[in-house]
Design a protein. Sequence first.
Length: 407
Amino acid sequence: MNDRFEIPARLKNTSMFLIAVGVLTLIGGIACLLMGHNSTDVDRSRFWAVLLHDSVFFTMICGCCIFIQAAVSLAQGSWLVAYRRVPESIGANVWVFGSIAAIVMFLIIFCYRDSHGVDAIFPWVTPGNDKVLLGKAPFLNKGMFIGFTLVTVGLFTFFGNKFRSLSIAQESAPKNDTKIYWKVFRLSGLFLLVYGLTQMSTIPWLWVMSIQAHWYSTLFSWYTFASAFVSTFSLILLWVVYLKNQGNLELVTKEHIHDLGKFMFAFSIFWTYLWFAQYMLIWYSNQPDETFYFKMRQQGPYSIIFYANFIINFCMPILILMARPSKRNYFTITFMALIIIFGHWLDFFQMIMPGPLGENWHINWYEIGIFMGFAGIMIFCVSRTLSKASLVPANNLLLKEAVVHLS
């Protein structure tokens, strides 16, 4: 079976429209800063923080796609094989979002300063006489930040493209040849080590937690991982359902859709566990240097997002996705995938924005427009990658097992 995907004109036009909206929004944001005589430090911080928010969110989703491929390969699982090309295509484009994120962050730490000469997004860049920030300088410094960022984006790019190229190479390998299979197995183990030292630990500290560098949590990297991970499964499901509706992925059945629904449900609960573990311990200990992080979010101007975050990312999945039929209904599962992605976009929003914006948060034309632009880039890049190879990983050693897969 040679299941090729041809990009429909409607999908291509949609992606181009969303990218155009994002570009126009970015231009509008720049124009407002350059031409607005009353632009404030909050406006300038908002401009950069929104770009940081979306680029980091989409980069971490792409990184999770590579992680899923590696974890399944090490477990020698077959459940992913029927639609493996989807996470491969998302992961292979990590370089796009990683490059954007790196450029945005480097511009912030080298170029952005408010009217007081302070980097309002990454305050450790301009620590002044702050003893806490100076004490963390051996880790929170430009050299460490740049090094970890470049290494992470570079390694993610390498592994994302390598897993895809090896998967495609398997199609032309001799039947039942295991050379590529075991090469992917070994690379998967190596990538999990890389992933553990980057997105599962240091990178969330540098990219997100250091925005409020006085506060820290030993659970933070797990928390950001869980948020990105459940968003990743939701994005994979959206692509799988879309391709099914286009007449592709004939090997994918309701059993596979059900499995994706179970992952969305399970990791929504896992995210909630980490959310509660982080929150409860800080609430119970009631230490001023820890509780200020949640005080602004729960009792301050971000309270509506704080509670919406909990309702969207926990209450809705557990109430809607717990029942077996809901995980096998295409409309319900697609609706919940969209809701979960939006909910965890909000989660990253409330992680990032209180630091640079304080009480002056916004979600209007600029935030929505930039998000639409990134969504358009994702649709455009992934659809192009999907169209370049067969959607069926022919000659994969686990393909037969995938065909007879049952939930």
